[in-house]
Design a protein around this ligand. Structure first.
Ligand code: SF4
Ligand code: SF4
Length: 394
């Protein structure tokens, strides 16, 4: 392995505090958090090594720690820590700091460290989308809910394409920086990743573990991080609420894109009423129900600080859940409005809010906690690679 370049930044600790870390100077490296963490069986220094990086200002080491993204913020370590260091919240704060550091626009930094400005920015972005679309509005038919006569379909599609391009650029730039940093630190180059059949097979297995087993299947989250938690009913399990929220959001996004695809292919014009069993509508309905259930439950859990993993919430946590919830609920209300016998006047306004908030949610995704959906699998890929090398060496 090649040695990593280390930058000592004495401002790292106060900076991390701005992202929500508590008093990590109180940490005296006792190792209790390591002993209690369900993920530390294969790493006897996790998570305290990452706290140590922050204490001594090793910014590069912190940002290129693949293990930073292994943590599921179960809160177990916070309960056993004998000081006020709160390692669980530290790990969450360090991930926020990492997302902001990989973001060159500084939007993520504003969202995380300046809650009032971040909230104002989010409100302004939603208002901009709503007003921009409304400026091109047409008549509101009272006979049927003619949504695309009210807001031209082409305008929505064009805005959607611009938003997707911006998100792809911002997301790619961040994730490439992160992957390059971790790869450099791990000594993983093109040859060691895909330079031979054996390397290719090892990379494919690591990708499978990171994407299929951990990100889609949430295996360790389900089996290890939940194992010691206070027992709750199955429908309130953390991993389940997380899964239905993610799949609900992705399902709605897919239904929207598929609907657009059907319109492009000339199969069905967007907004045409179809029976409930029509595949795209069915997908959208099921995804909407999952999203509403997941986000409503997560909001209630956070509000009640119902378990150790949600003892503390940041403005950014609330904002993300709020945007997801509004997107799900307005989408569902719209679905009901579309199939009412006569067109309700409010259906047009719900439509405008739904599209504006959904656009905002996608646009801000690379700058919010949602970004971990991309960062985590990349980091877990390197975790799986390291494990496979260690097993090979053993
Ligand atoms: S964070 Fe707490 S439990 Fe972990 S090593 Fe530091 S003092 Fe010990
Ligand atoms: S929050 Fe849970 S997974 Fe994360 S370091 Fe602490 S004990 Fe481990």
């Amino acid at each position: 392995m090649s040695a990593a370049t280390t930058t000592v930044d004495l401002g790292l600790y106060p900076e991390l505090q701005r992202y929500g870390a508590r008093d990590i100077r109180a940490c005296f490296s006792c190792g209790t958090c390591t002993a209690s963490c369900p993920l530390s069986q294969t790493d006897s220094t996790f998570p305290r090594r990452i706290i140590r990086y922050a204490q001594v200002g090793m910014k590069d080491a912190l940002l290129t720690s693949k293990e930073l993204w292994s943590c599921y913020q179960c809160g177990e370590c916070a309960e056993t820590c004998p000081t006020q260091a709160d390692p669980s919240e530290f790990m969450a704060a360090a991930r926020r700091y990492a997302i902001a550091s990989y973001d060159r626009t500084r939007i993520a930094r504003t969202m995380y460290t300046r809650p009032i400005l971040g909230t104002a920015l989010a409100v302004l972005v939603a208002m901009f989308f709503a007003l921009f679309m409304y400026s091109a509005h047409g008549p509101q038919s009272g006979e049927s809910l003619a949504l695309f006569t009210f807001i031209p379909e082409e305008l929505i599609h064009n805005i959607g394409i611009v938003v997707m391009i911006l998100v792809a650029l911002a997301g790619l730039s961040g994730v490439v920086s992160m992957a390059r940093g971790i790869a450099r630190r791990e000594g993983a180059g093109v040859r060691s990743l895909i330079g031979s059949r054996a390397a290719l097979a090892r990379s494919a297995r690591a990708a499978w573990a990171a994407v299929a087993r951990e990100s889609i299947g949430q295996t360790r989250f389900r089996k290890e991080c939940e194992a010691d938690a206070v027992p709750v009913a199955w429908y309130r399990r953390r991993w389940l609420l997380h899964a239905v929220t993610v799949w609900g959001f992705l399902g709605l996004l897919s239904a929207t894109l598929l609907d657009y695809g059907l319109a492009l292919a000339g199969i069905k014009a967007t907004g045409t009423p179809v029976p409930i069993w029509y595949p795209v509508r069915l997908l959208g309905t099921v995804a909407g129900v999952l999203l509403i259930y997941g986000t409503t439950s997560l909001i209630v859990e956070r509000y009640r600080a119902a378990n150790r993993s949600v003892k503390r919430s940041t403005t950014a946590d609330w904002m993300l859940l709020g945007l997801l919830w509004v997107t799900g609920v307005t989408g569902f209300v719209l679905e009901v409005a579309l199939y009412l016998p006569s067109a309700p006047w409010w259906g047009y306004w719900v439509f405008l809010v739904h599209v504006a908030v959904a656009m905002e949610l996608v646009l801000l995704a690379p700058f919010m906690k949602l970004a971990h959906a991309v960062y985590r699998p990349v980091a877990l890929f390197f975790v799986a690679l390291a494990q496979s090398s260690a097993e090979g060496d053993a």
